[in-house]
Design a protein around this ligand. Sequence first.
Ligand code: F6P
Length: 364
Amino acid sequence: CRKICVMTSGGDSSGMNAVVRAVVLYGTSKGCDVYAVYEGYQGLVDGGHQIRKMDSHSVRGFLSVGGTSIGTARCMAFRERPGRLKAAHNLVKTGVDSLIICGGDGSLSGANLFRSEWPSLLEELRKTGEISEEQEKLHKNMSIVGLVGSIDNDMSGTDITIGAVTSVHRICEAIDAVNTTALSHSRAFVIEAMGRHCGWLTLASGMASGADFIFIPERPPAEDDWESAMCNVVKRHRDLGKRKTIIVVAEGALDKHLKPIKVNDIKDILTDRLGLDTRVTVLGHTQRGGSPCAFDRILATTQAIAAVDAVLAATPDSPSPLICMNENRTTIQPLMASVEKTQQVAQAIETKDFAKAISLRDNQ
Ligand code: F6P
């Protein structure tokens, strides 16, 4: 029978547990042995008790729990070949023939590298006597399937990533809470949202909470003097009788001169120019925590089922698949092409080539 390993990697996101649960329940219903790697790639490198056989009891209660109960890590050892050699050895010892990895673009590009190196890793293990010739032959194929778990919604190839919608709910709840105190004191609040290079969380939560102004990396303010542009909007809203002001700022926001836009600078501008009593709220990891919303539970479950089906359908020559959602349908995209495009967008933003970043994103 097939032996499938499921793991979560990189920053956690709500819905990762639903992925693990569905892989275990659906995989075992298809006659597969399902294992979980605890602690992400670090667990793969360490092996032993970090790779555990799972059954329905192991994932009881997982569906509604946020984060990842099998743990995750940003692992340095797996970035080096000796770490990947250890990981390969551990998988061969367990007899695993496929890996389903739920993580962000960094985790998924690591997965792709691992698969492309697989034959040479086995060869090296055989040459050093750690595995036999027979084991090398038996395990010559390793299937890798990716699922995108990230609050940032920054992955090319898919319309939405597992955990992003829950995170927007969290941000909106926080802004709703801030609204009541802002209204009471007639204050302005500058709220920093996560997202790394991607402004999706800020855009979505800004729209959903009726923010006065947002700053995102993909569309820096057009004006040289964005400070005045923002103040004009805020003043107009105040003149209409608004008692509160909400500005949402993506952590990666930049102005058109490539300078980061920081929440404390905005606070000072609102205070000095408009005389508003202003506070800063950095939402931090509250955005990543808590129970997954229904959408993320459903997305995670349907995509995990598609991942098991992709494992069962994989051939040695087919490229590693990435389970995606496009126009409300589950689709399969080539993992490496999606990772490469995602990294191109991040690089375009880093090198301030916004036109390229926008056109790459628009064509995703
Ligand atoms: O990629 C998810 C994310 O939450 C980003 O939005 C944020 O920049 C980063 O991870 C924070 O990383 P850490 O949890 O390691 O501080």
